[in-house]
Design a protein around this ligand. Structure first.
Ligand code: ADP
Ligand code: ADP
Length: 226
């Protein structure tokens, strides 16, 4: 687990679009922070900079105690979950969960322990031998989350992970995400354009608009002082 600090962070894309403008945000160790705002306000860009998928134009990004501005994604010890979860179609759920750990040469018993634990947390125990084609959308998204969990990273970054699911599943998955966060306590940054999702998920919610931070507060305080 680690805190994440954005200190005066800017992102200017080639062509001159200032996608993120002087963003200052401190996400505490173990906190669930939601970035919310309309399409184009810079949420994904902010998340991608934390992940190291996008360079920072100005400012500093701290993960844990270290400035990681120039560190590649693989050296940031974070796991990202996207809306388009790419599962390997020819592999079973179990193999999908284990694959990243195998690549990292984690010992087999340790892989088994982590896969079992993630499957149990996500309610996937009975689906371990199935292939993705035989799963529902919600189950697939759980596998995608499982692949992040088994890595036991310092932080989770999620970019609209529920937006491909239907309304009923989204409600279920929100509850699962809250339970998961309570249980794991891993620092989480979660991007959504959905205000209801923001208000029901976060310890705190950061509202972005045109690249700038407008407000950051608990859902309760935001609800009372919109
Ligand atoms: P959001 O996630 O809130 O929808 P984005 O971070 O995707 O916002 O985009 C913020 C702004 O940056 C938008 O104006 C978008 O068009 C622009 N943008 C995003 N990615 C790129 C890119 N790779 N190159 C140029 N402009 C980009
Ligand atoms: P999101 O919901 O994440 O904002 P988009 O459909 O806006 O998704 O963007 C999808 C991808 O295209 C992202 O990787 C983003 O960085 C890139 N992108 C967005 N806007 C632009 C742009 N104006 N120019 C180039 N790439 C862009």
């Amino acid at each position: 687990m680690a805190k994440i600090v954005l200190d005066g962070v800017d992102k200017v894309y080639a062509g001159g679009v200032k996608a993120v403008d002087d963003l200052n945000l401190e996400i505490a160790d173990g906190e669930f922070m939601v970035l919310v705002g309309p399409s184009g306000c810079g949420k994904s860009t902010a998340l991608r900079m934390i992940a190291g998928l996008e360079e920072i134009t100005a400012g500093d990004l701290v993960i844990g105690e270290e400035v990681v501005n120039d560190r590649p994604p693989k050296d940031r010890d974070i796991a990202m979950v996207f809306q388009n979860y790419a599962l390997y179609p020819h592999m079973t759920v179990e193999q999908n969960l284990a694959f990243g750990l195998k690549l990292r040469k984690v010992a087999k018993p340790e892989i088994q322990r982590r896969v079992q634990e993630a499957a149990e947390m996500l309610g996937l125990e009975t689906y371990l031998k199935r292939k993705p084609a035989a799963l529902s959308g919600g189950q697939r998204q759980r596998v995608a989350m499982g692949r992040a969990i088994v890595r036991e990273p310092q932080a989770f970054l999620m970019d609209e992970p529920l937006s491909n699911l239907d309304a009923k599943l989204r409600v279920q998955m929100r509850a699962s995400l809250n339970q998961l966060h309570e249980r794991l306590g891993v620092t989480t940054v979660y991007v959504t354009h959905d205000q209801v999702e923001a208000m029901t998920l976060g310890d705190r919610v950061a509202v972005l608009r045109e690249g700038r931070l407008q407000q950051v507060d608990t859902p309760k305080n935001l609800f009372n002082n919109p």
